[in-house]
Design a protein around this ligand. Structure first.
Ligand SMILES: Cc1ncc(COP(=O)(O)O)c(C=O)c1O
Length: 309
């Protein structure tokens, strides 16, 4: 029997599965404010494509190949300013799936170069319109040519949060079990917060889920959305949020330096902001186990690193 081109692509995708998930948990030792509270961070950058978006991109592509929405030469189309684009790009390059990304023109030069190097077709949107304008552009391109594109729609695609519900959540609970008292992470598409929180609360309903937000619409925490001013993602499930805390960009940047020196990790701004949120929670409780994520490391943020060290 002849094997179709699309089932070969699916096989190739499955062979990448070994590089997706199963990330280690890092125990923050020196920056934890008190011995009675432990802080753990899931090192999500240790995957193919290098970030927290590997799992959603993989799951979105897998779902679309299985349903037939992708394959047969169709182009994957989405809006992203960073990590999701890189995750689609790396998986797409390996599988021979064309990728088109709508990107604000003020994205860092490293992003643009990396995406181009991976063969992505970039459609620039205005630097004033943020990711909302890129999202609208991707929708318009899809409406104009639905046969050419699969619109991946990371902000509304259930396979985004499901990847964390089926992967990251069980891995965290499998490692730490009922000791976990708090889960804290920043809100972007909200896929990681929603998926992990839903899974953890099903195992232990009294775990407190704290969503982190920037302290204003103009912030330097790449990957985070300010829900007060931005378009709220379709997959955001407010019902699972126990509390919202705000993190100041400059506090997060200061913590990048401190974490490098005291924990030996070079964190990205949003990873440092997650750690700041976890430390703030740890300061408010007498004892417990606080879990957060490190979405990516400092490698793609050379301008920030130059200004810090
Ligand atoms: C660096 C970084 N941090 C945090 C997030 C937020 O994750 P989520 O989209 O799961 O809310 C993202 C998402 O793109 C990201 O790239």
């Amino acid at each position: 029997m002849e094997i179709s081109q699309d089932s070969q692509v699916l096989k190739s995708l499955e062979s990448l599965g070994q590089f997706v998930g199963a990330t280690p948990l890092f125990e923050v030792q020196h920056l934890s404010p008190k011995p009675s509270v432990k802080i753990f961070a899931k090192m999500e950058w240790m995957q193919f494509g290098g970030s927290v978006k590997t799992r959603p991109a993989y799951n979105i592509i897998k779902g679309a190949l299985k349903s037939g929405e992708l394959g047969n030469g169709k182009t994957l189309l989405d809006a992203s300013s960073g990590n999701t684009a890189l995750a689609y790009a790396t998986i797409g390059a390996r599988l021979g799936i064309p990728v088109t990304i709508c990107l604000p023109e003020n994205a860092s030069w490293e992003r643009k170069k990396l995406l181009k190097g991976l063969g992505v077709n970039i459609v620039y949107t205005s630097k004033f319109g943020s990711s909302d304008e890129s999202e609208a552009k991707a929708e318009e391109m899809y409406r104009n040519d639905p046969d050419k594109y699969f619109l991946a729609n990371q902000y509304g695609n259930e396979n985004n949060w499901m990847s964390h519900y089926q992967g990251t959540g069980p891995e965290i609970y499998g490692a730490l079990g009922d000791q976990i008292t708090h889960f804290v992470t920043g809100l972007g598409t909200t896929g990681s917060f929603t998926g992990i929180t839903k899974y953890l609360k099903e195992q232990k309903p009294d775990i407190k889920a704290i969503g982190l937000q920037p302290d204003g619409a103009l912030h330097g925490l790449e990957g985070w959305k300010d829900m007060e001013t931005a378009k709220v993602p379709g997959i955001y499930d407010k019902a699972v949020v126990d509390e919202i805390k705000h993190v100041d960009t400059y506090d997060a940047y200061d913590l990048i330096k401190e974490t490098a020196r005291r924990e030996g990790l070079l964190l990205s701004p949003s990873s440092a902001a997650n750690l700041k949120g976890a430390i703030d929670v740890a300061n408010e409780i007498d004892s417990g186990v606080v879990v957060t994520l490190f979405p990516d490391n400092a490698e793609k943020y050379s301008e920030i690193i130059k200004s810090l060290f």
